[in-house]
Design a protein around this ligand. Structure first.
Ligand code: FPP
Length: 246
């Protein structure tokens, strides 16, 4: 697939990706799992580039889930090192490509060095006006919803908020994705058909695209293919087909 095959009108504003299959990719090569993660960084670079070329406004990548903390200690540490190295190395490239980096997740769980490097990248790219690259780090959908519920409960308890004021719009403004439109398209690689506690609230009306390709082999051409597939779907939001057409 090449970019010319993607219709210019009908590009989703927000695409979210569950990058899966790094471990299996490495296993197939007879290598350590970390090699799959390392190779996965090249896939990240390729789809960030592709998303920028398409004019996608928001790209959210599930890079480290709340549950990933339970992986073997060596894998977690290796992933941390890889993450900082990749982020630090890509700052100039992101600035050159006008990419703004953001993070959603519980940043305080990270070693302080990781946290400060991430903040450095967020700060350095904060004035860029092209693609918003959102990294889900120590993120889970349930964590996001619970954090919002706690925040709202505190406001109600302190008398600053009425229960009746808590509608969908208000609730959304308390999530980590406040101000970011819901993803129209969610991609998951490696042939798994799960949501794995990703953006649970935000994917209420997302189209799902499952690819059998393992993340380290996923490239921007595969992203283009997913977008073309998305463009051929009819999104009804609970309405009838006739209502959508008229
Ligand atoms: C899932 O594959 C992948 C991860 C948990 C980590 C993703 C991280 C990267 C691609 C590298 C860093 C990212 C950025 C944004 C710089 P898996 O290990 O669950 O694979 P498996 O299901 O085959 O075991």
């Amino acid at each position: 697939m090449n970019i010319e095959q993607v219709k210019k009108n009908g590009i989703p504003k927000h695409v979210a990706v569950i990058m899966d299959g790094n471990g299996r990719w490495a296993q197939k090569q007879g290598s350590e799992r970390i090699l799959g993660h390392r190779q996965g960084v090249n896939s990240v670079r390729s789809i960030v580039e592709g998303a920028g070329e398409l004019g996608i406004e928001f790209l959210t990548l599930y890079a480290f889930s709340t549950e990933n903390w339970d992986r073997p200690k060596e894998e977690v540490s290796a992933l941390m090192v890889l993450l900082i190295d990749a982020v630090v190395q890509e700052i100039d490239n992101m600035n050159e490509k006008n990419v703004r980096m953001l993070v959603i997740g519980d940043l305080c769980c990270f070693p302080s060095e990781v946290e400060s490097k991430l903040k450095e990248a967020i700060e350095s790219t904060s004035n860029n006006t092209g693609l918003n690259l959102i990294l889900g780090l120590s993120y889970s959908g349930r964590w996001d919803i619970l954090t919002a519920v706690r925040k709202i409960s505190r406001e109600i308890k302190s008398g600053n908020l009425e229960v009746g004021e808590v509608d969908e719009k208000f609730f959304e403004s308390c999530l980590s994705t406040a101000g970011i439109p819901d993803p129209e398209l969610l991609i998951r690689t490696s042939g798994e058909f799960r949501i794995s506690n990703f953006l649970l609230w935000q994917v209420a009306y997302s189209e799902f695209y499952f690819s059998n390709i393992l993340w380290p082999d996923f490239r921007k051409e595969n992203l283009f293919e997913a977008i073309i597939d998305f463009q051929n779907r009819e999104r009804r939001f609970g309405k009838t087909s006739e209502q959508i057409i008229s």
